[in-house]
Design a protein around this ligand. Structure first.
Ligand code: NDP
Length: 357
């Protein structure tokens, strides 16, 4: 057991993607910048579902998902200077980058060609990265973030992926006072996108498929609500109105990309942080009509993560969570209900003291 071996709940077969079993695993060898963390809580992200289903590609089995982690530091390497034993810290969806290439030096470590994701990812030495449905995690200190005292563990865990993934493209693309910002899809990511867009001072337009989440959107800070499957002519009504759209939709089925693009002002941008398993389909025409741009974004960098946590603590922003125990049945329910869109708006796994290690 610890420190040689950690325990976690692994998916071993993509055809039984919600079934997990407990396994022991060896973390990567401990190095001078590494931090060992005893996990206290972990959010369940839409990416966990895409991965275990094999929806993006075949995962490297067994896979232990989980990349919205909060825990307590229990060991630090000799060169670690940013955290100490006993600190409460978070780990998101990235666990390593080289910190030496041009991309890293420009503070774009989230795009480093040598980056290692928190799970279903290999280190250069062949060690497998396993995620937060586990007793412990070992991470490079650059990817370990102190959690401000004002944030509760369970409410803050989803910020480590869902939060930063929406915060980063908002700040990078000018979200702020005087801007009109559209958010597509109210799920784990989308509910943060609404909160952060509002906290940054923008006027927020939320696009959801139905009217079911209208009240929630308002509580989260949305100024306008558009139920795209129910309202006729929404694309005409909001034509050329928005400066920026951040899409958090996890599917491209019945996804009216041309409609969203038509809602952008001239030279406006739409960023899909959502990563549907199927391709988007759109012709060149909607781009031409407003000279608009479409792109994507991956997580965020360390300064943005620290900034986001500070903002959340100052403005008292917390994830809307439902708690489930870290167990075979708890994980099964979390994965299946997340897949069905039956969560408002993030499952967080708790009860990690049941691990024996
Ligand atoms: P959730 O399941 O919590 O939310 C997904 C939301 O997408 C739903 O609530 C729904 O909102 C919306 N949606 C589903 N189908 C459609 C559709 N056909 N058209 C429009 N909207 C749709 O997932 P998460 O929030 O956890 O993740 C969202 C996506 O973001 C996933 O693809 C995930 O992999 C990706 N992701 C990307 C990251 C990155 O770095 N780029 C990092 C983390 C996650 P509604 O009911 O309101 O319509």
């Amino acid at each position: 057991m610890y420190p040689e071996t950690f325990e976690g709940f692994a998916v071993t077969d993509t055809s039984k993607w919600s079934t997990v079993s407990k396994i022991d695993f060896k973390p990567k060898p401990f190095e001078e910048y590494d931090v060992d963390i005893r996990i206290l809580a972990c959010g369940v992200c839409g990416s966990d579902v895409h991965t275990v289903k094999g929806g993006w590609s075949q995962p490297m089995l067994p896979v232990i998902p989980g990349h919205e982690i909060i825990g307590e530091v229990i060991k630090v390497g000799d060169k670690v200077s940013t955290v100490k034993v006993g600190d409460r810290v978070g780990v998101g969806a990235q666990i390593y980058s080289c910190l030496d290439c041009e991309t890293c030096k420009e503070d774009h470590e989230n795009y480093c060609p040598k980056r290692v994701s928190t799970y279903n990812s290999l280190y250069a030495d062949g060690s497998m990265a396993y995620g937060g449905y586990s007793s412990h995690i070992r991470a490079h200190e650059y990817f370990v973030f102190p959690i401000p005292d004002g944030l509760k563990t369970e409410d803050a865990a989803p910020m480590l992926c869902a939060g930063i993934t929406t915060y980063a493209p908002l700040v990078e693309n000018g979200c702020g006072p005087g801007k009109k910002v559209g958010i597509v899809g109210i799920g784990g990511l989308g509910h943060f996108a609404i909160m952060f867009a509002k906290a940054l001072g923008a006027e927020v337009y939320t696009f959801s498929r139905t009217s079911k989440k209208a009240e929630d959107a308002k509580k989260l800070g949305s100024d306008y609500y558009i139920a795209t499957y129910e309202e006729k002519d929404w694309a005409e009504k909001y034509a050329k109105k928005l400066d920026l759209i951040v899409s958090c939709g996890n599917s491209a089925q019945n996804f009216d990309l041309a409609g969203y693009l038509s809602c952008l002002r001239v030279h406006g941008k739409m960023i899909s942080v959502g990563l549907p398993e199927e391709p988007f389909t759109v012709s060149a025409m909607p781009f031409m009509r407003g000279g608009v741009f479409f792109g994507s974004s991956h997580l965020g960098n360390r300064p943005q993560m620290l900034e986001m946590l500070k903002l959340a603590a100052e403005k008292n922003l917390t994830a809307w969570t439902e708690r489930l125990p870290i167990s075979e049945s708890g994980i099964k329910e979390a994965l299946e209900r997340c897949h069905a869109g039956d969560v408002r708006y993030r499952f967080v796994l708790t009860g990690y003291d049941k691990f024996t290690a």
